[in-house]
Design a protein around this ligand. Structure first.
Ligand code: GRF
Length: 196
């Protein structure tokens, strides 16, 4: 069976990355984790990936200053060299330029902790609580030029409880993310494989 070569791009803890790495151990999973890339040298997820024998790479965005595309061109070189077929952004905290998004169009997905199209951007749980919503959740979506605007691949939803804080809500949404992301990545891979 076809297994797409997968890169996961992170900035921190990497718990979603870890969920994907676990799921990808199944022999029939359609993606093969090939590379974990971080823009932060101290990202905890780098150690988690390395401990599982996955190649890791750090490209620090700081020396590039405001030149986001120059930073992305370095990432792109590494991704091309590893013959990557699909990229999963997992807690990657940089907004991508149109150049990178177009280059990886149809091969780039992200997880976002809200029920998109609600609450693109930051502080999603706080915004859901303040709006008086009765549910929250997470979405995996294709990445397009508008931040958190691409077509949704899959979502998971949970009830917001009276007294919930952004922290309590995040603690219940996160396990949903860990379940959703590997499943949604699988769906995205199937779509790419069908297109080939
Ligand atoms: C997750 O909540 C994800 O939805 C958001 O950032 C967080 C990353 O967590 N984009 P982790 O690094 O996967 O643990």
């Amino acid at each position: 069976m076809t297994r797409l070569r997968l890169a996961i791009i992170i900035s921190g803890r990497g718990s979603n990355m870890d969920a994907i790495l676990s799921a990808a151990q199944a022999p029939d999973y359609p993606a093969e984790p090939t590379l974990v890339l971080s823009n932060r040298p101290d990202a905890q997820g780098l150690d988690t990936a390395a401990a599982q024998g996955i190649a890791t790479c750090t490209i620090d965005h700081k020396p590039f200053g405001k030149n986001r595309e120059a930073f992305e061109r370095e990432m792109d070189k590494v991704l091309q060299a590893a013959s990557i077929d699909i990229i999963a952004l997992a807690g990657f905290m940089r907004v991508l330029t149109p150049w990178f998004v177009q280059r990886w169009s149809g091969r780039l997905i992200n997880i976002h902790p809200s029920l998109l199209p609600k609450y693109p951007g930051l502080h999603t749980h706080q915004r859901a609580i303040e709006a008086g919503d009765d549910e929250a959740g997470c979405s995996v979506h294709w990445v397009t030029e508008g931040v958190d605007e691409g077509q949704v691949v899959a979502q998971a939803r949970i009830a917001i409880r009276p007294g919930d804080t952004p922290e309590t809500l995040a603690s219940r949404v996160l396990p949903q993310e860990h379940q959703l992301y590997p499943e949604a990545l699988k769906l995205a891979c199937m779509q790419i494989i069908e297109r080939q």
